[in-house]
Write a protein that binds this ligand. Structure first.
Ligand code: PHE
Ligand code: ZN
Length: 881
């Protein structure tokens, strides 16, 4: 494990390295406890660098067995080797030479899951961001592009399958039951995209013929016996390949494309060139084991990793500060893909919910950072919602500002100009400036400035003058180390909505540039005056969520109700209803704190009923509209003095009010939606299941609710319904016979299927209330739980700490204690996963004083633990700062 050096990496310190490595040849002799790695590196001194410049290579925990240059062993005095650095003190004067390095590593003891490790006896690698240096000494930075040839040798029994990047070249048998394979990747790539997989795996094959008519062999490798579960992933892969040709003109470039699913993985998946490695959770699926949400995630992540082949691999990042260059852009691309494959409106609402749930709290708390950060202590901690999700929103805004054709021309220029390079955000913005002739300097602040901008908006209509005026003021809140903010360019899509939902027209507008339904906010204040407006419109703002901002709109509830029923923009219609719900919940929270029973206007429950039954709306949309804002969403919108128990009570009261007011209609609709046809994971079928499960969640609050949910559980023919009903039973009827029986039945049915049992852990970790803590402790001793497996840890501890507001934030602070203890336990093996878990406390300052003090104590306890990793120390210290 890398302990913290306290070193801070700074963007302005970037400089090209003195040496390049145009070619890399690796030879692996695999063995669990002592794998031998021989690296033959062609080293080239960069033009203009002094001949005597020392060559300093990165390493991490390596045992060096030998160093040779141009075939001759290097005398001990000519180099310095530590576990994390190899310095060749006086490299040859020649422009280019060959460096041969021999290292030994122990994959079986690698529990950090970075570098070469074992997952259920399969050898696999994870090199992003800095894992390659755990395999051999190297210039382990993304601007060092090298052509790799990889030879892998292993026992045939232990590893019948030997994979690496690129195309297969050669394979054969060796003495003593061993065999080998050679792979060659013709595309120069950074070391973080290197991959090797070796083991006994089942294979699913297919092929894809590209737009220029080349045949690509597709392979998905899974645990033997699970081949059947890879069909949906394969289908998603082919659809992704086709879509990237159609939407971006991007064709695949190797003869083979392989995906391997492993059970121990720190993240979702990894885009290694020609050899993607996936968390098996995002590959394996059928109706019996996967929910509709799992199917959608698989589709999106398969697409995401595939799209990286152009945005990430062919064009990579100059340095890790540019992470959003590949991630934000690739998320944007996978969002567009899913929108095209499914329902665009529903997808957009889901994206915004995710952004608000994960990125907004990050941007509004101690871990806030710009989409392109300028500083980091540990790069692993910057794979964040800001870099990914806000990064995607920034790309979307470029498209909104330039229009679809110019945006596409910019992307084409990007691919043409930077193919084969390690690029920067400046390079990316420049292509759009070049194709549009516009200056994007102010827009670029979206990359450089942290914090969620806010727009305050008020409106007035002057009937006599036929004038409608919007007063708009922007502000960007201070964030850590950035107290003074500059004014941003915010593309605010809008509509003026008149009677019956019809657009209200105007003859002229002044006070801001308005084009194609977008107001361009660039100054602190704009008075936008529309003339020729005789009817008073309701104003629909930030349509389609055109900018990732918060809005404070002075608008009458009548307007909000009107828009929730009539806005022609589906996103904004959803938003209007969601705002009504949020406002009602915040008011109810205050009533609960004041010791009162919350009351709600009857119009709210009526509107919920109308949306539920509106056959003109897609079921998936109706399900999203009816899902009340989550407890954490409400907390974020309240901002401070958070008492999670009061939020819970307020939310329960509203849910009950809506359920009671619509009992019969909801029940009838619930029965109508019962699906008897064969299962299909398509979006429309999933939407019907989602609506039915949402209705069940309401109905479960009424008399007979537990019985109804138990019936739903027992009648389920797919995981969406089974897990949906189990959640309702466990969360709404915790401790009842119905809940206990269902939990036991689920466990018995899926004993032995770790991925499905994760759902069982997750559901129980999410049960609201103080008692869940003891349950979580008990489940940590369940035979299926393992503190070394990231999926298990995230399901149980991750869910408890980041998705169970009342359980985790128990007023006595015991939730925090268990949490701190467990994070430290995880950290001994896997600092990256521990650091990610630890971010659950990032909003501690928003809590009411009692909980705040206890949360702070838990953070301080973590901070004073000995030998903290760079990963965890960085998170804990920034959170406390
Ligand atoms: N680059 C991966 C992705 O987003 C994420 C990842 C980062 C995976 C670091 C592993 C390690 O597609
Ligand atoms: Zn990615």
């Amino acid at each position: 494990m890398r302990t913290d050096t306290g070193h801070v990496f700074k963007l302005e310190d970037y400089r090209p390295s003195d040496y390049l490595i145009p070619a890399t040849s690796l030879d692996f002799r695999l063995s669990p406890d002592a794998t031998h790695v021989t690296a033959l590196l062609t080293i080239e001194r960069r033009e203009g660098v002094a001949a005597a410049a020392p060559l300093v290579l990165d390493g991490d925990g390596l045992t060096l067995l030998g160093v040779a240059i141009d075939g001759r062993a290097l005398p001990a005095g000519d180099y310095e080797a530590t576990q994390d650095r190899l310095t060749i003190l006086k490299p040859p004067a020649a422009q280019s030479f060959e460096l041969r390095l021999e290292t030994e590593i122990a994959p079986s003891r690698n529990e950090a899951l970075m570098g070469l490790y074992r997952s259920s006896n399969v050898y696999c690698t994870q090199c992003e961001a800095e894992g390659f240096r755990r395999i051999t000494y190297f210039l382990d930075r993304p601007d060092i592009l090298s052509v790799y040839t990889v030879r892998i040798e292993a026992s045939h029994n232990e590893a019948p399958l030997l994979l690496s990047n690129g195309n297969p070249v050669e394979r054969g048998a060796l003495a003593n039951g061993r065999h080998y394979a050679v792979w060659h990747d013709p595309f120069p790539k950074p070391s973080y995209l290197f991959a090797l997989v070796a083991g006994a795996l089942g294979k699913v094959t297919d092929s894809f013929s590209t737009m220029s008519g080349r045949e690509v062999e597709l392979g998905i490798y899974v645990e033997p016996g699970k081949e059947r579960l890879a069909g949906y992933a394969m289908d998603a892969l082919k659809r992704s390949m086709k879509w990237d040709e159609e939407a971006f003109g991007r064709e695949y470039d190797l003869d083979v494309f392989n995906i391997v699913a492993v059970s121990d993985f720190n993240m979702g998946a990894m885009e290694n060139k020609g050899l993607n490695v996936f968390n098996d959770k995002y590959v394996l699926a059928d109706e019996e084991t996967a929910t509709d949400a799992d199917f959608a995630n698989i589709e999106a992540i398969i697409a995401h990793e595939y799209f990286h082949n152009w945005t990430g691999n062919r064009i990579t990042c100059r340095d890790w500060f540019q992470l959003c260059l590949k991630e934000g852009l690739t998320v944007y691309r996978d969002h567009e893909f899913s929108a095209d494959q499914r329902s665009r409106a529903v997808k957009r609402i889901a994206e915004v919910r995710t952004l608000r749930a994960h990125q907004f709290p990050e941007d509004q708390g101690p871990l806030a950072h710009p989409v392109r950060p300028r500083r980091y202590r540990e790069i692993n901690n910057f794979y964040t919602a800001t870099v990914y999700e806000k990064g995607s929103e920034v790309v979307r805004m470029i498209r909104t500002i330039l229009g679809p054709e110019t945006f596409r021309a910019g992307m084409d220029l990007y691919f043409e100009r930077h193919d084969g390079e390690a690029a920067t955000i400046e390079d990316f913005l420049k292509v759009f400036e070049d194709v549009s002739g516009r200056d994007l300097a102010q827009f670029a602040l979206w990359y450089h400035q942290a914090g969620t901008p806010n727009l305050t908006v008020s409106s007035a209509h002057n009937a006599a003058a036929k004038e409608f005026t919007l007063e708009i003021e922007q502000s960007v809140p201070a964030t850590p180390s950035e107290s003074r903010k500059r004014l941003m360019h915010i593309p605010l899509a809008f509509g003026l909505v008149g009677a019956g939902g019809k657009p209200v027209t105007w003859t002229a507008v002044e006070g801001a540039t308005v084009d194609d339904g977008v107001i361009h906010i660039r100054k602190r204040r704009h008075t936008v005056r529309f003339t020729g407006v005789s009817e008073r419109p309701s104003v629909s703002l930030n349509r389609g969520f055109s900018a990732p901002i918060t809005l404070s709109v002075q608008q009458k509830p009548e307007d909000q109700f009107f828009l929730a029923a009539h806005d022609s923009d589906a996103f904004s219609r959803w938003q209007a209803f969601n705002t009504l719900l949020t406002d009602a919940l915040i008011a109810a929270f205050r009533q609960v704190l004041g010791g009162k029973q919350p009351v709600f206007v009857t119009k709210l429950a009526e509107l919920a009923g109308r949306i539920a039954g509106d056959g003109m709306l897609e079921p998936a949309y109706r399900a999203l509209a009816l899902a009340l804002p989550g407890e954490a969403d409400i907390a974020r919108d309240i901002g401070k003095g958070i008492d999670p128990d009061a939020i819970f009570a307020a939310r329960e009261a509203l849910a009950r009010t809506i359920a009671e007011a619509n009992h019969e209609a909801f029940l009838a609709l619930y029965e109508d939606l019962a699906d008897n046809g064969p299962f299909s994971p398509d979006a429309a079928s999933a939407g019907r299941r989602a609506l039915r499960n949402t209705l069940l969640d309401y109905l479960a609050l009424l008399p007979g609710g537990a019985t109804l949910a138990a019936r739903h559980f027992n009648a389920a023919t797919n995981m969406t319904d089974r897990a949906g009903a189990l959640t309702v039973l466990a969360h709404r009827h915790s401790g009842t016979a119905e809940a206990e029986q269902a939990l036991a039945a689920f466990e018995a049915r899926y004993r032995g299927d770790a991925l499905v049992l994760d759902k069982w852990f997750q559901i129980q970790a999410g049960v609201p209330g103080a008692k869940t803590l003891e349950k979580v402790r008990a489940l940590m001793r369940h035979p299926a739980f393992s503190i070394a497996n990231p999926n298990r840890v995230r399901s149980l501890i991750g869910t408890f700490s980041s998705a169970n507001q009342t359980g985790f934030h128990r007023p006595d602070g015991e939730g925090y204690r268990l949490f701190a203890e467990t994070v430290l336990e995880v950290e001994k093996r896997n600092p990256q996963v521990a650091a990610r878990l630890a971010t659950a406390l990032r909003s501690w300052r928003a809590l009411e004083p009692g909980r705040q003090a206890k949360a702070k104590q838990a953070l301080l306890d973590m901070a004073k633990a000995e030998n903290l990793s760079a990963d965890l120390r960085d998170i804990v210290e920034r959170t406390l700062a």
